[in-house]
Design a protein around this ligand. Structure first.
Ligand SMILES: [Zn+2]
Ligand SMILES: [Zn+2]
Ligand SMILES: [Zn+2]
Length: 260
């Protein structure tokens, strides 16, 4: 199974519009971050997590041509605004794309993108999707991948993390549930999780907290994503323990081992 980091940035992306800080003006491409999303691939199957505002550019840049489904962590704009670009996959598939999310997000999706759910008699100008509700701990199959969803707390909102075999993607959470640590501990070899920066945040786990989570879960390789413009890929790497590293756009991670 291969994981591709399509976007590794926090909600503003990096560079931040108008900012002239050292990281926003850095020429290191690993400091240039589109909004957070990943693709999970095996053989000819691709499963997308979130539709970032730069979805079209991310898909083209990484050479993906097909898509079997989408998992949504939640619908904040940095994770959903690229929804319209899912149209392109209908042109190929000719059937609605299955998209999975916590039940409360289905009405929110229909409000945010109401045009996609009105029957105009002409399908070409809107994404054709089939929203499916998911629940914490109820394992389901999407695009041929067995997915274990975890309901998380994201400050004033909720979000959903996903375990696919011995890999997990967890973004936009504040507190990771203690029961889920017990349940997942020892099951995850590779984890990509949001870390934002080294400071504090009211609705996000920050880097030291996410490192602690990697440790609590017994993760062998922990990758920090959803990064802000105060994280320098090279400079701050030195502050991380051996098992942890920063994500960057276009990074690929080969996950070996059981994927069920
Ligand atoms: Zn976010
Ligand atoms: Zn900046
Ligand atoms: Zn969010």
């Amino acid at each position: 199974m291969r994981v591709t980091i399509l976007g590794s940035g926090t909600s503003t992306g990096v560079p931040v519009i108008g900012c002239q800080c050292a990281i926003c003006t850095s020429t290191d491409s690993r400091n240039q971050r589109t909004r957070a999303s990943i693709m999970v691939s095996e053989d000819d199957r691709n499963l997308l997590i979130d539709t970032a505002p730069e979805l079209r550019l991310q898909i083209l840049k990484n050479g993906f041509r097909t898509l079997g489904g989408v998992l949504y962590s939640h619908l904040h704009a940095d994770h959903s605004a690229g929804f319209d670009d899912l149209r392109a996959f209908y042109f190929k598939n000719r059937r609605p794309l299955e998209i999975y999310m916590l039940p409360e997000y289905i009405p929110e999706l229909k409000t945010r993108f109401s045009y996609a759910f009105v029957d105009t008699g002409y399908g070409g100008i809107k994404p054709q999707v089939d929203p499916r509700p998911i629940e914490d701990g109820n394992i389901f199959v999407a695009a041929g991948f067995t997915v274990d969803p975890a309901r998380l707390d994201h400050g004033h909102a909720s979000s959903c993390g996903f375990r696919i075999g011995n890999f997990a993607y967890v973004t936009d959470f504040k507190n990771f549930p203690k029961e889920k640590i017990k349940e997942w501990r020892g099951k995850i070899d590779v984890m990509v999780a949001s870390g934002i920066h080294f400071g504090t945040h009211t609705s996000h786990s920050v880097i030291p907290e996410t490192l602690q989570l990697f440790d609590d879960l017994g993760v062998k390789r922990g990758i920090l994503s959803h990064l802000a413009h105060d994280v320098d890929y090279v400079e701050h790497q030195r502050l991380l323990p051996n098992f942890a590293e920063f994500a960057y756009d276009g990074m690929t991670i080969d996950v070996l081992g059981p994927v069920s």
